[in-house]
Design a protein around this ligand. Structure first.
Ligand code: NAD
Length: 292
């Protein structure tokens, strides 16, 4: 079994991005500028946004955080989005989800100019991705395909079973891995809460992508010998031995699954770090005009 090390990989990619930023500077060109909009006090969102801003600093991008209280109105958020859409200094921006309940997330996502949508959540980017056209790929699936690419994992003709069909992970990764080309050309099965005999589906998989949000959900006896396992889950479970009182685990029972597979992403230190790195890759593309 080999670990798919998201920490090492994201450091490598960040070094490449830093080099590209240095080259832009040398040519007297603008450096990428990412803006993160954070509404409310969701603890996980604060951690994610802080990590995105810190990652920008590491690679020499300009970054700005716009923070507003939980009682900010939908119209105020839409106004922030409109201003960011029009600001020529801003290459890309994200509105961190989830938003407070009184704000319609779909309305906000649709208001973002797709040419600045570095989260890849806008339906124009999603549709272009599905058709194999240049697009900002959603950050987590982009991080996953980059893991597969950089570890030279064979995907052509492989049976891939994706567990979970969310718009931000399960559905887009199933599209990306079924597309023509590398990494892709898989025969993909997209499974979900209504799937009959999920274990039997997963047992057929050469590549498993687990994005469910249930700790240790994928069991050891569901996994074929030699399978490649991508664990997207980030779940907090109680752990009195830790100072914080909790630890992070994935959607895969790592202890039972790791000995059986050829490759596996750890949690933490796998897909999560690559998600932030993928956001940076999208922001550079937004700045250089590689997509639009
Ligand atoms: P979601 O809650 O939007 O979707 C979960 C999916 O799992 C649904 O499609 C549902 O049908 C399926 N599901 C739920 N129970 C099931 C069951 N018993 N059997 C089969 N399928 C079932 O989740 P999401 O946003 O895709 O996130 C999934 C996990 O990935 C979470 O732990 C989340 O924290 C994590 N996540 C991690 C990253 C990262 O950067 N690593 C990014 C996004 C999400």
């Amino acid at each position: 079994m080999q670990l798919l090390d998201g920490k090492v990989l994201s450091q490598t990619i960040k070094a490449e991005l830093a080099l590209e930023v240095a080259q832009l500077r040398e040519k007297g060109m603008k450096v990428p500028h990412l803006v993160a909009v954070l509404i409310g006090e969701n603890a996980a969102s604060q951690v994610y946004v802080a990590s995105k801003i810190k990652s920008c600093e590491e690679v020499g991008f300009k970054s700005t955080m716009i923070r507003r209280d939980a009682d900010t109105t939908e119209e105020e958020v839409l106004d922030i989005v409109r201003k960011l859409n029009e600001d020529p200094d801003v290459d890309g921006f994200i509105v961190q989800l989830p938003l407070p309940k009184h704000i319609n997330e779909e309305k906000v996502t649709l208001a973002i100019d797709h040419r600045k949508d570095v989260d890849g959540f806008h339906p124009i980017n999603f549709g272009r991705m599905a058709q194999g056209l240049p697009a900002f790929l959603p950050a987590t699936p982009y991080g996953i395909v980059e893991i597969l690419r950089r570890y030279n994992i064979e995907t052509s003709g492989k049976n891939c079973v994706v567990v979970g069909r969310s718009n931000i992970v399960g559905t887009p990764i199933s599209i990306l891995l079924s597309r023509k080309g590398y990494p892709g050309d898989c025969t993909v099965t997209l499974t979900h809460s209504r799937t009959k005999d999920l274990a039997a589906e997963v047992r057929r998989a050469d590549i498993i992508v687990a994005a469910i949000g249930i700790p240790n959900f994928v069991q050891g006896d569901w996994v074929k010998e030699g399978a490649v396992v991508i664990d997207v889950g980030i779940n907090r479970i109680e752990d009195p031995s830790k100072k914080s009182g909790f630890r992070l685990v994935g959607d895969v029972d790592f202890e039972a699954v790791a000995p059986k597979c050829s490759y596996i992403t750890p949690v933490p230190g796998g897909v999560g770090l690559m998600t932030v790195t993928a956001l940076l890759m999208n922001t550079l593309k937004a700045c250089t005009g590689e997509i639009y």
